[in-house]
Design a protein around this ligand. Structure first.
Ligand code: HEC
Length: 150
C-alpha cells in the first residue's frame, strides 16, 4: 500500500487540528491599514540612515531623510476612518506628524553639510519624534483597528 495507515491517521489529525485555525482566519480578515506599510517603509529608511551614518555616507543620509519627511499619506477613505477614530486628538496626532516632518527635513539639510556629529544629534531628535507618537497612539490604534490588545 502506498500510504500506511499511520500516515493517513497523521494526515487526519493534522487536518482536524488545522480546521479551527483556518476558520478563525476566515472569520476575522483584518486588513492592515495602509498606514502600517507607510510606517514599515519609514522604519526601513531609518535603517538606511543608520547605515549611512556608520559608513559616513552623508549623501545617503541626505537622500533618504526627505523620504521620511515627505512620506506618502494613506488613501482618503482610510484617513477619514483614522480621523473619525482619533477625533478630538487630531491636533495632537497631526502635531506629532509635523514634528517628524520637520526633524527629517533638518536632518537632510545637516547631512548636506557633512557634519557627522550634528547628523547624529539630528537623527536622535528624529527618532524621538517617532517615539512620541508611538507612545501615545500605537497601542490604541492596534487595539481599535485590529482588535489586538498588546
Ligand atoms: C503621527 C504619529 C506617528 C508618527 C509621527 C510615527 N508613527 Fe510609526 N506608527 C504610528 C501608528 C499609529 C502605528 C501603528 C500602525 C498600524 O499598526 O496600523 C505605527 C507603527 C509603526 C511601525 C510598525 C509597523 C508594523 O509593521 O507594525 C514602524 C516600524 C513605525 N511606525 C516606524 C516609524 C518611524 C521610523 C517613525 C519616525 C520616522 C514613525 N513611525 C513616526 C504612528 C506614528
Amino acid at each position: 500500500m502506498f500510504y500506511s495507515s499511520r500516515s493517513i491517521l497523521a494526515f487526519i489529525i493534522v487536518a482536524l487540528t488545522s480546521v479551527p485555525m483556518v476558520t478563525e482566519a476566515l472569520a476575522d480578515p483584518v486588513e492592515p491599514l495602509a498606514l502600517q506599510k507607510i510606517m514599515q517603509d519609514m522604519g526601513q529608511n531609518m535603517q538606511l540612515i543608520t547605515h549611512g551614518i556608520s559608513q559616513e555616507n552623508w549623501g545617503l543620509v541626505e537622500k533618504t531623510a526627505p523620504l521620511i519627511a515627505n512620506h506618502p499619506q494613506p488613501p482618503v477613505f482610510e484617513k477619514m476612518k483614522i480621523f473619525a477614530y482619533i477625533n478630538t486628538d487630531m491636533r495632537v496626532f497631526k502635531n506629532f506628524d509635523d514634528k517628524t516632518h520637520e526633524a527629517a527635513t533638518i536632518l537632510g539639510k545637516t547631512a548636506a553639510s557633512k557634519d557627522g556629529h550634528a547628523v547624529i544629534a539630528d537623527f536622535a531628535t528624529l527618532q524621538d519624534t517617532c517615539l512620541m507618537c508611538h507612545e501615545r497612539f500605537r497601542k490604541p490604534f492596534i487595539k481599535y483597528f485590529y482588535g489586538i490588545d498588546e
